[in-house]
Design a protein around this ligand. Sequence first.
Ligand SMILES: Cc1ncc(COP(=O)(O)O)c(C=O)c1O
Length: 471
Amino acid sequence: MTFNIDDLSKRKNDIVKKSVKIDYNLFENEGIGFDYEKMMSSSGLSFDDVRQIQLDSGVGNTPLRELKNLTRYARKFSKKGYGARIFIKDEANNLSGSFKARRAAISVHVAKKLGYKGVIAATSGNYGAAIAALAARAGLKAIIVQECFDSRNIAQPEILEKARACESFGAEVVQLSVGPELFLEFLELLDKTGYFNASLYSPYGIMGIETLGYELAEETLILTGKYPEVVVCTNAGGGNLTGTARGLKKAGANKTKIVASSVNLEGLHMASDTDFNRKSFTTGHTGFGVPFAVNPDRSDVPRSAARPLRYMDEYYTINQGSVFFITEALAVLEGYERGPAGNTSLAVAFKLAQSMLEDEIIIVQETEYTGAGKHHQPQLSFAKSNNIELKFGDVSEEVPGKNIVFPYSAGDIKIKEISVDKLRKSYLKKYKDVDLALLDKKYLCEELNVPLEKLNKLLADLGGDYERKKR
Ligand SMILES: Cc1ncc(COP(=O)(O)O)c(C=O)c1O
């Protein structure tokens, strides 16, 4: 498609507004902030409505399963009395095979209710299949815009598998090469078709995941008599963590620690043609997880409803080789083939469990099925064909894009903590030189999940206008 960049950029806000029927201006505060909760409640859908829509769509109510063998394995590397019970919430049981169906169910429902003829989503992954499947059930057209190829016209096996899934559900798939065209193509299609923008980042997308957190809390209470101590969420655009945390809180599990996990892809650039096929994970990695946490509004709607810093207690990264190792451990010890994205959390949980008490509970969102293109065997063959070295060794020597290092033993798996305070400071950097009087501190405390004292300290550490005013 050829488009007029200037014209599209000028009309961007109008196109988006028409395509999601949300007037984001209504939530803007004077100064810097906006009213997040007002935005979240503007959909007119209650939590019970969301549950019912999902029930009617073949989505949600997924099983929570204890991984007794994997727990026993983790305890081999724990001190006596340690090694928390590991459970998974098996999201592969959703229509289209991933937790993304929870998000898609609500967007498709709203699109249909508002009288749109079709839905459009920009996504290379599970969300495309979820939208395509749910649109098919609702009798709506679906267009999926995919960033698919590098300039050699080569695509990741996982992305190709997703395109096939979307097409089998009757969607039209627009496949693009890596580059900035994705958003423009998306806008142009919204404008030309008048279809609904099934953004991952609208309030509908995030409300859909609240049920996941809520179910988690309810089911753990029934199975074990208490809420989980820890829930680990694979983090990319931040919606998974945001929705899950909100759902846990809605259920009353206020003390559960919310841990984010991402595969470490440091040094690889997401928009780079040469790096595009040098990563063995298409999502759940730091290339999305970190920038979306510190700048959530880089999404395809003016205010993203995915705001992970509002809820994140801790954030860990793990290397690719350890995730592949745990993927195999899950298969050979538990008879489950799942992932890859959810196994990022599983690998982190495997490690964290070892420093938790035996009667504590850690839950992993096993967010997706595995299949021909997602399976670790084709992923590793693809990596090899891109001259990535595969080897056993010290996992801390893995260099994303150059090698994948598997641990010799699960006891050698390491995780690395990202300081949440550092992310908060990166978030605040854009306000460094803003006049203090213009900063809405109440908003910033909520946005960063910190008390006022701590916010003041973070601002002081950054210097800028804050320091000037203090002197
Ligand atoms: C299977 C799976 N798990 C986890 C994630 C991360 O979700 P989010 O982007 O909302 O952080 C994704 C998103 O791409 C996913 O497809």
